[in-house]
Design a protein around this ligand. Structure first.
Ligand code: NDP
Length: 396
């Protein structure tokens, strides 16, 4: 029975809080804190079975987070604010000797650059403090890392290639919206594509490589090669992988809007002079776009996210695909969220539960694939994200 501090009160947090409350034999009390307290209160009002408190916090300031930790004394901090807050929240956890978990790696505000180096640099300090940080415990990164570790453990003597595929075949009825934080989403998809091959990372122009992938329960969808952060940790911790790529689907409507927004400068992240003050165009655009947490109501269709691995088992070639399909409308019925928030929020709760129950333990900073995938795979279906397997067939 554990007390946790959850930071952030957006689309993902709404799911995390409800799922923690469902798992009340592990999560006994929650403090939900975010920049806008009214958003915490709106989530908290539906939670009746365990005590939940709310607070305002600016998580860019480690001292403010540390003060909350000192006062509430949680065993674990679940960070579902934005990647910018990862380091200040890790600093606060270090100062107060509390475990840490997040769902996206740190990126600096002034540079759309995602890599684990900043957070891996905390390893020795976390180790010395005797505490644990679990990085990237969402779906991708997160479940995709566990899928890969599970495939490697059970079905491969050696892995040659890894292709992670992420399809959202849903329709939210808006001309243009993003399924998670608009700023973070647009920074991710407008940067160069990158993949790993034979010990090196290679960059390609954004959206320049694409192919049709036939997703189970969804059908064929055009999928674009993107850089995604889990590739960096997966090739580090499973170094036999020779090639690793990440593919994501986008509709034509989304791509057209994105191109226009880019062309007119609305996705820029450098300050621009406007009526005597400096504004960042992407921050302004975010203020105009729907919040991811509000998209759920009329969302229809499904997501399908999975990992395809090839390699060898017992001297024979092996091809394996493991995936989850999630239905937007079903998610909304259960927790008032769309499937992208849902598929992220469930593994945040479960990754935290792995730590709190001691199934995953360590001192230092860890990625998901460093732990035994079995206890996580045994439970994730029960919490709403069942998984399926296909052998001997290449989808990518
Ligand atoms: P939202 O924009 O819906 O929510 C972000 C929340 O963080 C908001 O409540 C926001 O407050 C709060 N916040 C922002 N800055 C601060 C701050 N300085 N101090 C305190 N709170 C702050 O985003 P999502 O819920 O969609 O995403 C949450 C996280 O999950 C992101 O890091 C995202 O990258 C990650 N993610 C990971 C995925 C995965 O599969 N691994 C997939 C999808 C998302 P306010 O309401 O005031 O703006």
């Amino acid at each position: 029975m554990s007390k946790v501090l959850i930071i952030g009160a957006g689309g993902v947090s709404n799911v995390v809080v409800r799922k923690c409350a469902q798992n009340s034999s592990v999560y006994s009390e929650i403090l939900l804190a975010s920049r806008t307290k009214s958003k915490c209160d709106a989530i908290a009002q539906d939670i009746k079975n365990i005590p939940i408190h709310t607070a305002k916090v600016n998580a860019d300031d480690p001292a403010e987070v540390a003060a909350l930790i000192r006062d509430f004394k949680p065993e674990l901090v679940l960070n579902v604010a934005l990647p910018y807050q990862d380091l200040p929240i890790m600093d606060a956890c270090l100062a107060e000797g509390v475990n840490y978990l997040d769902a996206a790696n740190y990126e600096p505000k002034d540079k759309a650059h995602f890599e684990y180096s900043w957070q891996w640099a905390y390893h020795d300090r976390f180790k010395k403090a005797g505490i644990m940080a679990l990085l990237g415990s969402g779906f991708d990164p997160g479940v995709t890392n566990v899928y890969t570790a599970y495939a490697k453990k059970h079905y491969f003597d050696s892995v040659d290639t890894l292709d992670i595929v992420d399809c959202n075949a849903g329709n939210h009825g808006q001309a243009f919206a993003t399924n998670f934080n608009p700023e973070i989403n647009i920074r991710e998809v407008t940067q160069k594509g990158k993949f790993y091959k034979d010990g090196n990372f290679y960059e390609i122009p954004p959206m320049s490589e694409h192919k049709s992938v036939d997703y189970p329960q969804v059908g064929p969808r055009e999928s674009y090669l993107l850089w995604h952060e889990e590739l960096e940790s997966l090739v580090k911790f499973i170094p036999e992988i020779k090639q690793a790529r990440f593919w994501m689907t986008f509709g034509q409507e989304y791509l057209t809007h994105l191109r226009v927004l880019e062309d007119v400068g609305m996705t820029r992240i450098d300050p621009v002079e406007f009526k005597g003050q400096k504004i960042i165009p992407l921050e302004f655009l975010k203020a105009l776009l729907p919040e991811p947490g509000t998209l759920g109501q009329n969302y229809t269709g499904k997501t399908c996210i999975g990992c395809q691995l090839t390699g060898t088992k017992d001297g024979k070639p092996q091809t394996y695909f493991v995936y989850n399909v999630c239905d937007h409308a079903e998610c909304f019925k259960e927790v008032k969220a769309q499937a992208v928030s849902y598929t992220t929020g469930v593994p945040v709760m479960l990754g935290g539960a792995m730590m709190l129950t001691g199934k995953w333990k360590g001192e230092g900073v860890f990625n998901m694939e460093q732990f035994d995938p079995d206890p996580f795979m045994e439970e994730i279906g029960k919490w709403g994200l069942p998984w399926h397997e296909i052998f001997g067939q290449k989808l990518v």
